[in-house]
Write a protein that binds this ligand. Structure first.
Ligand SMILES: [Zn+2]
Length: 139
């Protein structure tokens, strides 16, 4: 898959979009922007929470896929992990059960920032989890 591009709104040149995602102040934050190589125009958009699908796919392409691993099978830990995932993803009880059954082990995959976001929520509740890369960039 090729990098996402945008036509520079000032001169029309094709510009490669740089997309980032981080955790800031306990929230997932994303940004997408370009600096036009021809005219120097800089454009950036950003937002928080769920990022546009095309942007998310680009982040996965560049950073690879990451997984959240829960090492403990303690009921309290399982409940906390699923509670955080439910709040984040708005899971139904039936969906939540599927995640519950994956513990201990790899519970969910996503972007690095998404997994770090969940890890941070959990560590605030006294639950330690691992975030590991499970597939490399697909360039
Ligand atoms: Zn331009």
């Amino acid at each position: 898959m090729a990098p996402l591009t945008r036509s520079c709104w000032q001169c029309g040149a094709a510009c490669e979009l740089g997309i980032g995602q981080t955790v800031q102040g306990g929230r997932l934050v994303w940004s997408a922007g370009y600096r036009c190589a021809r005219c120097g125009q800089m454009v950036e958009e950003d937002g928080w929470g769920e990022m546009p699908t095309a942007y998310r796919e680009e982040v996965l392409r560049v950073q690879g896929e990451w997984a959240l691993e829960v090492g403990s099978a303690e009921p309290r830990i399982k409940v906390e992990v699923v509670r955080v995932l439910r709040e984040w993803l708005g899971l139904t009880l039936a969906d939540a059960k599927a995640y519950f059954d994956r513990i201990p082990g790899q519970v969910i995959r996503g972007t690095q920032a998404e997994m770090m976001y969940v890890k941070k929520q959990l560590s605030a509740r006294g639950v330690d989890v691992e975030v590991r890369q499970c597939s490399g960039p697909t360039d």
